[in-house]
Write a protein that binds this ligand. Sequence first.
Ligand SMILES: Cc1cc2nc3c(=O)[nH]c(=O)nc-3n(C[C@H](O)[C@H](O)[C@H](O)COP(=O)(O)OP(=O)(O)OC[C@H]3O[C@@H](n4cnc5c(N)ncnc54)[C@H](O)[C@@H]3O)c2cc1C
Length: 348
Amino acid sequence: MADRLAGVRLAPYTTLRMGGPAGAFVEARSESEIVETVAEADRDGEPVLILGGGSNLVVSDEGFDGLVVRAASTGVEITGDGRVTVQAGEDWDALVARCVAEELAGVECLSGIPGLVGSTPIQNVGAYGQDVSQTITGVRVYDRMTGEIADLTAAQCGFAYRHSAFKEDPGRHVVLAVTYALTRSGLSGPIAYKELAARLGVKIGDRVPLDQAREAVLALRRGKGMVLDPLDPDTRSAGSFFTNPVLDAAAAADLELRAPGYPRWDMPDGAVKVPAAWLIENAGFPKGYEKGRVRISTKHTLALTNPTGEAGAAELMALAREVRDGVREKFGVTLVNEPVMVGIALDR
Ligand SMILES: Cc1cc2nc3c(=O)[nH]c(=O)nc-3n(C[C@H](O)[C@H](O)[C@H](O)COP(=O)(O)OP(=O)(O)OC[C@H]3O[C@@H](n4cnc5c(N)ncnc54)[C@H](O)[C@@H]3O)c2cc1C
């Protein structure tokens, strides 16, 4: 059984550099260590937080009064037909780099996203026209409700935009491994994102060599402070803090009255997705907007940052509420946070 450490501060384990101490902290280095550690805590009635790379977490300044289990299991298996099965604790971007090098297509546009493999199904990680629901065929989990290990199909994962069945039932499933069905090809999937196509100098739907797709995505992301870099204070964030709101027809019509001609993506089911960044900027919160020691990234309106690493989560939430309230007042749209909150909430 892995060692239990007491009093470990969580801030260094999160990309926002925020979060007080854990009641206890365990680094679990294999599937069996993860399962045994979580099962024992559940038997003892001890609250559990599974920690990956801490890049999608806002942890309160009071910390987490329970057991934090860092999923640190390793192992990658690649079959001849391009199926890649990866243990939860593997670094996501290192996996993408390897897939690109080994001419396995399907995740190249997800280059540069921080965090670990086990977290990718939780919010159906996505960027630049790809998301993991396009390639995941199975997720191996420990189900804390039944106490069993289960191999879930993609359909059972209930993937949607930045959402999955795992988010519906938070904490129930511990992801142990993920299988992605990739295509053996030196060319990317059809480029589906306008900004990426423009950077590559190709048309939507064209394919490009995998390494070119990866380099173009990394360059675009760096320009927005979206690749972790200790030298870039704009990357001390949890990525996009707000999701792009999806409005039904009535809400979309209401927004049209308040903001005629607002930018929108029409969804196949009649709903309308609106860029949260546009709403935030047009509600009076430009890039670099500061509140004490926290600020909106100077490169990307959706990222709230802790540039010096010294601010607390309470300060960040005050800025988040100010932005959410300003957007609601101007546009009647309520923004929702993307990162997972621990011991803290946007709604008080
Ligand atoms: C600079 C930056 C850029 C980003 N860009 C993007 C982007 O382009 N697209 C995107 O989708 N996201 C993006 N993100 C968000 C983040 O990187 C992803 O959500 C990532 O998948 C989180 O992984 P993690 O290992 O850091 O998860 P953590 O932050 O450690 O955890 C996130 C949640 O998943 C749970 N969890 C973690 N591991 C497991 C497991 N094995 N089993 C069960 N639950 C688990 C945690 O309990 C928590 O609820 C970005 C973040 C940053 C900081």
